[in-house]
Design a protein around this ligand. Structure first.
Ligand SMILES: [Zn+2]
Length: 267
């Protein structure tokens, strides 16, 4: 599933369409649009004004105050193609631009979607802090962990507390912070909370630097794979030796999510 670094990478590549005018919109699967506050026709003839990100969502702004929000779900892809290219499977929506480029929204498993929405901020009122912002700090996290028995891994995935972290980067951050994923959140000591905040920021930044993690589906707006899969320390490495201590990496399902950790390096 695309997480913050993958969505950020797509956002960066889509800066190239800012300023282009939409000539046509094709809906092959109208139900892929989750919210119809605006009709698709309203976007035709408008220019893209900006593309930004909030958590795992992309926000597209158009001229004259029109907006669209996109979520990639489990396997969604958003990428540029040339007009006339043979339509690929599972492409549900196509935007055509006046310069001959097209933006394709593809999603084989259809957990993602598009929201043609008037006020995108309304969608994000209950969303947690951006982990790369200065608001995500030990002083933010400490009261959230207090007396909580929930596993720290589960808490990191809670989008209402922190937005954009998914399974891969949660496992990697906990390894970097030397904290076991099933530790009760309330048991973390101040030093550990400090290490965790730093580790979350470091792994997300490294993920962005490597243009995301491609295990199966992920690609950027130009259909290029990410490279962070080559830097994973624990995720997907069950039974392989820990790079630091050579103990085999273990996998454990925590609250329904596959979690990978080193039983020796993480406490
Ligand atoms: Zn180890």
């Amino acid at each position: 599933m695309p997480e913050l670094p993958e969505v950020e990478t797509i956002k960066e590549t889509l800066q190239d369409i800012v300023g282009l005018k939409i000539e046509d919109i094709k809906l092959f699967k109208p139900e892929y649009i989750r919210c119809w506050q605006n009709q698709p026709d309203a976007y035709v003839g408008r220019r893209f004004a900006a593309v930004s990100r909030r958590g795992k969502f992309l926000i597209f702004d158009f001229e004259e105050g029109l907006h669209m929000v996109a979520h990639l779900g489990m396997s969604g892809r958003i990428y540029l193609e040339s007009r006339g290219a043979e339509l690929e499977k599972h492409v549900h929506v196509v935007f055509s631009f006046s310069n001959g480029q097209e933006l394709w929204f593809q999603d084989a498993r259809r957990f993602g979607g598009l929201w043609l929405i008037k006020e995108p901020r309304e969608m994000f009122t209950a969303m947690g802090v951006e982990p790369l912002s200065s608001r995500f700090s030990s002083s933010y996290l400490t009261p959230l962990l207090k007396n909580r028995r929930v596993a720290i891994k589960t808490l990191l995935l809670n989008q209402r507390l922190i937005s954009g972290i998914g399974n891969i980067y949660a496992d990697e951050a906990l390894f970097k912070a030397r904290i076991l994923p099933n530790r009760a959140a309330g048991s973390l000591q101040p030093k550990e909370i400090h290490r965790l905040v730093r580790a979350v920021k470091q792994v997300l930044r490294a993920g962005i630097e490597q243009r995301g993690t491609t295990l199966r589906d992920f690609q950027d707006g130009y259909k290029q794979k990410g490279q962070f899969q080559d830097y994973l320390k624990v995720y997907g490495r069950e039974k392989e030796p820990c790079f630091d201590c050579r103990q085999p990496i273990l996998r454990q399902v925590i609250n329904g999510r596959s979690s990978h950790f080193c039983p020796c390096c993480q406490k």
